[in-house]
Write a protein that binds this ligand. Structure first.
Ligand SMILES: [Cu+2]
Length: 181
């Protein structure tokens, strides 16, 4: 993935949003978005391979499957849900191949699931750099169909954050921590 292209696409999408064009088709994205019905979303959510305990989801093995959603019914806007927890810390073994699926279940709103080493606080107009991996902006769900996509990440040991780059979302808490160790 070309991180410069991701950032450029994000900025042009923000400009398009400011002009009222909307976030769905404003810029080319690095990822291809597919659509799922609600039953298919539930099947995707069940593929998360972590174990939840407290505020942390712990993954093990050589390949881990992280399935993140935004924003599931019953959770506050804006937030991510992984393993039915709001913005949990993800504990991932170093050396693992991390297969991430992100589903936008938030009717009428776009979101992104992007990974950075930059921690909070985040500005209302996000200028979060560099983005190391991620989805870029999702289309907004409509007509009972929810957009999802996935990407693979090979992180070095360290502390990372997953963030939503839609203006105002990370600033109001739409982020979580990833510990790779
Ligand atoms: Cu968001």
């Amino acid at each position: 993935m070309n991180s410069n292209r991701t950032v450029a696409a994000g900025l042009s999408t923000i400009m398009a949003a400011a002009l009222g064009i909307g976030t769905a088709m404003a810029a080319p994205l690095d990822t291809t978005w597919k659509t799922a019905t609600l039953p298919q979303v539930k099947t995707l959510l069940a593929k998360d391979s972590g174990k939840a305990s407290g505020r942390t989801v712990t993954y093990s093995g050589k390949t881990v499957h992280v399935v993140a959603a935004a924003v599931l019914p019953g959770f506050p806007f804006p937030s991510f849900e992984i393993h039915d927890l709001k913005n949990p810390t993800l504990d991932i073994p170093a050396g693992a191949t991390v297969d991430i699926t992100f589903i936008n279940t938030n009717k009428g709103f776009g979101h992104s699931f992007d990974i950075t080493k930059k921690g909070p606080p985040y500005a209302v107009m996000p200028n979060i750099q560099p983005i190391l991996a991620g989805t870029g902006f999702s289309p907004a769900p409509k007509g009972g169909k929810f957009g999802y996509t996935h990407f693979t990440w090979h992180p070095a040991a360290g502390t990372y954050y997953y963030v939503c780059q839609i203006p105002g979302h990370a600033a109001t808490g739409m982020f979580g921590k990833i510990m790779v160790k």
